[in-house]
Design a protein around this ligand. Structure first.
Ligand code: NAD
Length: 330
């Protein structure tokens, strides 16, 4: 079985690939050969991948490169599509790359998958496509109301992917997860940004009053959910994947300060993000009842392990942070 995984030099995709190569995903008999296609944008690094693994091939390239995608798709039996521009703040600063990668790139992959009669195409999406919800949780059939250019580009790609199922019968499955945390996350999203700033003795920026609420999902639990959907899910279906720990950003900040031995005087209250959704929450009944999904990571332990990982792996994140700072100032 040849599995094409896009965007796996990034945070979640690389965790998924490591899990599959280690045979920890629960389907030990199904040991696919994996081809990773990744452009290596600022968010991707080869340090995330075990490049000398005999079942892994890495190809640097853009998912919008139709010729390259066509060649790789000809050899693929299945696809798991993680590649995306993934940071909301960057999409507010400029949405071009979000539309090009998340929408046009996804369509390029879908077209090639159709041409080569690829078996299963798992499209990785986000809970942000549903928009903000004050109470309760969104089920999969809820209409999409994305707020940011990022979530709008993800919603567009979800709808395209589902259209390829309805129109052409392509076996597309869509997952929509909540906020991931864990090792190997580029230090621009809140958890790794705050941890690395605190470890460096710097302050952390908290948006507004810190009242925005997110559900936190350990990246390995997310990968378990993706693997269940790939191996046992149904064509044309959407599956929500959540972690079960809801926290306001203020509560999360308190936990991170405590874990890093710092006080509230290290927090800068900064102007809130434009159009900041107050709360996301996904109803995970479907994946739980249909596929037996259960998140295994306790949040307190998962967060402590994540802090320890960043403390022990400065060689991984310091160059990334330096490179990002140079790009901002140049
Ligand atoms: P990431 O930013 O860490 O990694 C994205 C990867 O995609 C990088 O390796 C990058 O080089 C690659 N990439 C970007 N543009 C590309 C292109 N044009 N061609 C080929 N490769 C390209 O992202 P992540 O956090 O690992 O997210 C993975 C997926 O999960 C994304 O689709 C994202 O929308 C979704 N998601 C993430 C979260 C989260 O909490 N991180 C939550 C919900 C959904």
């Amino acid at each position: 079985m040849n599995l094409l995984v896009t965007g796996a030099a990034g945070f979640i995709g690389s965790t998924y690939v490591r899990t599959l190569l280690a045979g920890e995903a629960g389907e030990a008999s199904d040991a696919p050969r994996i081809t990773v296609l990744d452009k290596l944008t600022y968010a991707g690094t080869l340090d995330n991948l075990e490049l000398d693994h005999p079942r892994l091939e890495f190809v640097q390239g853009d998912i919008r490169d139709a010729e390259l995608v066509d060649k790789l798709m000809a050899e693929a039996d299945q696809v798991v599509h993680f590649a995306a521009e993934s940071h909301v703040d960057r999409s507010i600063a400029g949405a071009d790359d979000f539309v090009l990668t998340n929408v046009v790139g996804t369509q390029t992959l879908l077209d090639a998958a159709l041409r080569h009669e690829v078996g299963t195409f798992v499209h990785i999406s986000t809970d942000e496509v549903y928009g903000s919800i004050e109470e309760g949780s969104w089920p999969e059939e809820h209409p999409l109301r994305p707020s940011s250019p990022y979530s709008a580009s993800k919603a567009s790609s979800d709808l395209l992917a589902l259209a390829y199922h309805r129109t052409h019968g392509l076996d597309v499955r869509v997952t929509r997860c909540s906020n991931n945390y864990g090792p190997h996350q580029f230090p621009e999203k809140v958890i790794p940004l705050f941890i690395t700033n605190l470890l460096d003795g710097k302050n952390v920026p908290l948006y507004g009053e810190g009242l925005n609420v997110r559900d936190w999902l350990h990246v390995e639990d997310h990968c378990q959910g993706v693997e269940l959907v790939r191996t046992r899910g149904r064509a044309g279906e959407v599956y929500n994947i959540g972690g079960g720990t809801e926290l306001s950003n203020k509560q999360l900040t308190g936990l991170l300060l405590e874990a890093c031995g710092a006080d509230w005087d290290r927090v800068d209250h900064v102007t809130d993000r434009k159009g900041h959704d107050l709360r996301y929450s996904v109803d995970c009944t479907k994946i739980r009842e249909e596929l037996g999904y259960r998140p295994r990571h306790d949040f307190a332990a998962g967060l402590a392990d994540t802090v320890a990982w960043y403390r022990d792996n400065r060689a991984w994140w310091e160059p990334l942070k330096r490179r990002a700072a140079q790009q901002v100032t140049s």
